[in-house]
Write a protein that binds this ligand. Sequence first.
Ligand SMILES: O=P(O)(O)O[C@H]1O[C@H](CO)[C@@H](O)[C@H]1O
Ligand SMILES: O=c1cc[nH]c(=O)[nH]1
Length: 291
Amino acid sequence: MRRIEESELIINPDGSVFHLHIKPDELAPNVILVGDPGRVETVAAFFDSIEFSSNNREFVSRTGVYRDTRFTVLSTGIGTDNIDIVLNELDALVNVDFATRKVKQQQKSINIVRIGTSGSLQEDLPVDSWLLSQSAIGFDGVLNFYEGCEKNSDLEFEKQLIEDISWSPRLTRPYVVEADKGLFNLLHGENVYTGVTISAPGFYGPQGRVLRLPLQDADINEKLSDFRFGEKRITNYEMECSAIYGLSALLGHKAATVCAIIANRNAGTASEDYKPVIKTLIQYVLDRLSR
Ligand SMILES: O=P(O)(O)O[C@H]1O[C@H](CO)[C@@H](O)[C@H]1O
Ligand SMILES: O=c1cc[nH]c(=O)[nH]1
């Protein structure tokens, strides 16, 4: 079995993994990911007890117990480049023996649920609603660096999207990946919209926003809102879900993303105060995962 070199997996002097500053026994099998480091405290405030806390760069984490279920909440910061770090280090924490630097014989699977914020691309998907991503379209390109990327992607969906919206060859090829079905069903409920989420490599141009700079494709959001793949339509934009779904599938973990819609791009509206919406969403997710 290959020994993973010190340069490839950096372990800190205290035995924690390089960026996340978590040691293997400090990670729970249920992981809540949030973008905003400030949201970690909002999640941890629901825990009955907290056993571990860490802060490094944008990666703030707490491990604790909610209704007899052990959770780790961890902030990822913004973007799929950070998700590459987070998913690889989470996997190393459960599947690599830090003493021998070898992949363990028996691989473990963890549950990963992202609780985020997002912008709607459909007028009937209102601000302050919740959206569970059945699948994600990665405009970011992270998954394209990994072998097996195409095995887990919906190639027909990708092909039709590229053709229908005249995707520029200057851009990275979009990849289409799915939520874990079990987690999706667990989180699906009466007050939860479902849909196809684009993860963009930026908040402004890559999500079709114009402040001062014009876009390479001025009609991109109209094309995306109108696009259909069979019954499926694109519902929303955020910035992490695609890499979470793609890397989780490749590594054997279960992942789902549920977001509070804080902007409706076609209606031109934004939530007046999304924090209470996120708070009730956090409680909903914790309840579903702990029952
Ligand atoms: O609220 P979070 O979880 O950070 O999610 C969304 O908000 C950020 C952009 O404002 C991006 O990270 C996007 O995915
Ligand atoms: O429009 C939005 C809102 C939140 N997060 C995003 O990435 N986009």
